[in-house]
Design a protein around this ligand. Structure first.
Ligand code: ADP
Length: 334
């Protein structure tokens, strides 16, 4: 598997769940989101009410599922998890909603990928805690209104702009998660190390945090790999040197670029004179699916300012050339 892919890997879901914080106090970083959400929950508790619906947006691996779990735990409510792509028919959604218990937290991941009819059913459910169940077909079909328990919807999406306005408007609280800074990631890695019983030096934590692309999921994944390396190739303790040697072996460089990221950058610079080069040509030249290049490698290269997406294709920036140890051509400097 790709070590620096921020998307969840089903094979590590158990390892990941074990590291999820269950209270807001344990949730590292994102101070504004944490503060605001804390207030929403406290107010709901004070009023003995069900909290408003919450929309979380941000790239994968930053803690959206974790926050949904925290909301449920802090409210003492059960948590139900589903995702937009899993709900293709309005009937699927009706079945979930009518099966909820009072106050339940319903986490709906990738909410922007729900089907249209399901989306419309959700509007009504969020606003009036009601669904219209359609019975029969054709002209004789009738909608039977059905009350459902009050619940808190926690919707997650990579970008809130992907949601239709009417859906966005029905959330009482919206939070945008940002990439974590190195210090927060160090805390996360140290907390995780304690939980999995790994001996981790502060410098070792810094080494792992620095290569984690601002993403807790990646930080925890790198930690597990480095822990294995430390057990097999060293005395089990994760020092800075051990972390560096392990991550070099796994080909995750000091900035967190892996083989694919460097391959993309190298292809643009060495084979296409720095670009512009089209996505599909680029993907073929690194032997990857266009989708993987576009969704896994490029966003991080763009974030680092190593690559630009232009209407004519992908272009390496001066910083991109330099990261490969190459001198940018004059045209790039201009
Ligand atoms: P998302 O749903 O946004 O893809 P998750 O909530 O599944 O991300 O988080 C991925 C992993 O990162 C989890 O194992 C969780 O333990 C860890 N994690 C995410 N955010 C934090 C945080 N703020 N503090 C500690 N651990 C975190």
């Amino acid at each position: 598997i790709d070590l620096v892919d921020p998307h969840p890997d089903p094979e590590e879901s158990a390892a990941e769940s074990a590291l999820r914080p269950t209270t807001l106090a344990e949730f590292e970083g994102q101070p504004r989101v944490s503060d605001q959400l804390g207030l929403v929950l406290e107010a709901a508790r004070a009023r003995a009410a069900v909290p408003d619906h919450v929309l979380l947006s941000g790239p994968p691996g930053l803690g959206k599922t974790t926050l949904a779990g925290i909301i449920a735990a802090e409210m003492g409510a059960p948590l139900r998890i589903s995702s937009g792509p899993a709900i293709q028919h309005a009937g699927d959604l009706a079945a979930i909603l009518s099966g909820l218990t009072e106050g339940e937290v319903f986490f709906l991941d990738e909410i922007h990928r729900m089907s249209r009819p399901a989306e419309e059913m959700l509007y009504l459910a969020m606003e009036d805690f009601r669904v219209d169940v359609v019975v029969g077909k054709g002209p004789g079909a009738t909608a039977i209104p059905l009350d459902i328990p009050r619940f808190t919807l926690v919707g997650a999406t990579t970008r809130s702009g992907l949601l239709p306005g009417p859906l966005r408007d029905r959330f009482g609280f919206t939070a945008q998660l940002d990439f974590y800074d190195a210090e927060d990631l160090e805390h996360i890695v140290r907390r995780s190390a304690a939980l999995i019983g790994a001996e981790l030096d502060p410098d070792g934590a810094a080494e792992i945090a620095g290569r984690s692309r601002g993403t807790p999921r990646i930080a925890n994944r790198l930690l597990r790999r480095v822990r294995d390396y430390a057990l097999v190739r060293a005395d089990g303790r994760i020092s800075a040197g051990v972390a560096r040697a392990a991550l070099d072996l796994y080909e995750v460089d000091a900035l967190g670029l892996d083989r694919l990221d460097r391959g993309v950058l190298e292809a643009i610079c060495n084979r296409f004179g720095g670009g512009p080069v089209g996505l599909s040509t680029l993907a073929i030249s690194v032997g990857e699916e266009a989708e993987t290049v576009e969704e896994v490698a490029e966003p991080f290269l763009v974030r680092l300012g190593f690559l630009m997406r232009t209407p004519r294709g992908r272009v390496a920036t001066a910083a991109g050339w330099r990261h490969l140890g190459l001198n940018p051509p004059r045209s790039v400097m201009a």
